[in-house]
Design a binder for this molecule. Structure first.
Ligand code: ADP
Ligand code: ASP
Ligand code: MG
Length: 415
């Protein structure tokens, strides 16, 4: 089998969905499983519903209406036959959502988040599946929650590989399947999510469990470039990269591939193709075994909205193992992601990302024991295969707050 993944950008409107059909017709869709994300920026729109529900604000219905109108507009463009069952199915999903909102007793934000946000993927896959069936591309819609099993660490769930493998390997290979990215279910059957942008990872999980011959991720860019084209002019296409190079790039923050995607593929030597859904003549990027990088050029990765924190002990004692393990525990307890560390005798600097809005809580926990200063809103640039020229290019962009170099990789924190 082969696996395709289409992200939000590829199904953001009716035209996008018709383009997916063009891709399928051009590339073939025999024995294929397609993983699809929520449409466009719908996950963000669902996050607003979560927030209204959690804070009990009065814009809840308005936020639901926005999501509903978005999908209904796309469906009106796609389906001439207004009695297509899909209209009822979409209605049923909104009814289910409203029922959850009316009856939910849990105050666990992360649990509520997963039950609500997951509807985005259910809607997109139902609509695309129905459209493909209507135009004669016969396919089977699969509820991923019956296959991909996770723990109950809502919003960042860990895959139960044993269960998942057992379930997915039951899918018969001779069909076209459409399923959701990003979602799973815990042992209780509650919806879980794998972390924002997690659909690439879902696709890799299917590829692994089905021993797929390849995974293709269809993007709005020509492939993996040596920099994010939104921030860097003249970004170059990397025609080939190794799994380990791709893992490093994704780990440092190249948002074109979710970092967890690569390992399952590498373990079974399944090639990953990153290709443009606009330009089907291009072969894009191949990620696989072998040479690190073709062409061999410096690669730039930017992470914005970082906090640079500087920590020293209140009693001027050295920052050694005891303090450091204490600090890391507090970072971990607050789900703060550490992107760079630097230590000196009396001060410890750490560049962190506050994905879950816990920074104030972290500060409160730290301040009784440590002197803490911080700068918010800094950018972390990582240059892989760095050259002097590449480093200069970045340093021109502002004030350098911290710089760290390891073999071939230079990281610079800029204000
Ligand atoms: P999806 O629709 O699959 O969710 P994303 O928007 O998450 O797609 O990823 C595609 C985007 O990733 C591109 O539009 C590009 O701006 C960004 N990007 C970041 N780093 C890179 C890179 N190194 N190469 C290509 N694109 C990159
Ligand atoms: N829809 C989810 C998100 O926007 C997952 C994904 O697209 O990968 O984060
Ligand atoms: Mg994405």
């Amino acid at each position: 089998m082969k696996i395709y993944k289409f992200g939000g950008a590829s199904v953001k409107d009716a035209e996008g969905i018709k383009n997916v059909v063009r891709v399928l017709r051009n590339e073939g869709f025999k024995n294929t499983l397609i993983v699809i994300s929520a449409m466009g920026k719908m996950t963000n729109a669902f996050e607003k519903i979560v927030s209204s529900c959690h804070l009990k604000t009065d814009d809840l219905q308005q936020n639901i209406q926005f999501v509903r109108d978005y999908h209904l507009t796309i469906m009106a463009d796609l389906f001439e036959n207004k009695s297509n069952l899909i209209f009822n199915e979409v209605e049923a999903l909104f009814e289910e959502l409203n029922k959850f909102l009316a009856t939910n007793k849990s105050t666990d934000y992360n649990f509520i988040y997963d039950q609500i946000v997951g509807v985005g993927e259910l809607l997109s896959t139902k609509i695309v599946s129905a459209y493909l069936n209507e135009i004669g591309i016969e396919n089977q819609w699969v509820d991923v929650r019956n296959y991909l099993k996770t723990d109950d660490n809502y919003r960042d769930s860990y895959v139960n590989w044993k269960e998942t493998n057992k379930n997915i390997s039951k899918l018969s290979p001779n069909k076209l399947f459409i399923t959701q990215g990003f979602l799973g279910a815990d042992a209780q059957g509650n919806t879980t999510t794998l972390g924002r942008e997690g659909s690439d990872y879902s696709a890799a999980i299917f590829a692994y469990c089905l021993n797929a011959k390849s995974l293709t991720i269809w993007k709005d860019v020509d492939g993996v470039l040596n920099a994010d084209p939104r921030y860097f002019e003249n970004a170059l296409l990397l025609r080939q990269i190794s799994y380990s190079e791709a893992i490093e790039m994704a780990f440092y923050g190249a948002s074109v591939i979710h970092p967890k995607t690569l390992k399952p593929l590498e373990n079974k030597n399944i090639p990953l193709y990153v290709r443009s859904f606009y330009n089907l003549d291009l072969s894009g990027t191949t990620v696989g075994k072998g040479v690190d990088l073709i062409p061999e050029v410096p690669c730039f990765i930017l992470k914005e909205n970082q906090v640079l924190v500087s920590i020293s002990a209140l009693d001027f004692s050295f920052m050694v193992e005891y303090n450091l393990s204490d600090i890391f525990k507090i970072l971990h307890d607050n789900k703060l992601k550490v992107n760079l560390i630097q230590n000196s005798a009396i001060s410890f600097s750490v560049c962190i990302e506050d994905k879950f809005n816990n920074f104030q809580h972290f500060l409160a926990a730290m301040k009784s024991k440590y002197k803490v200063s911080f700068t918010e809103n800094v950018s972390l640039y990582t240059i892989r295969h760095a050259t002097e020229k590449a480093i200069e290019e970045i340093e021109q962009k502002g004030e350098v707050l911290l710089k760290q170099a390891t073999k071939g990789t230079v990281q610079i924190i800029m204000k």
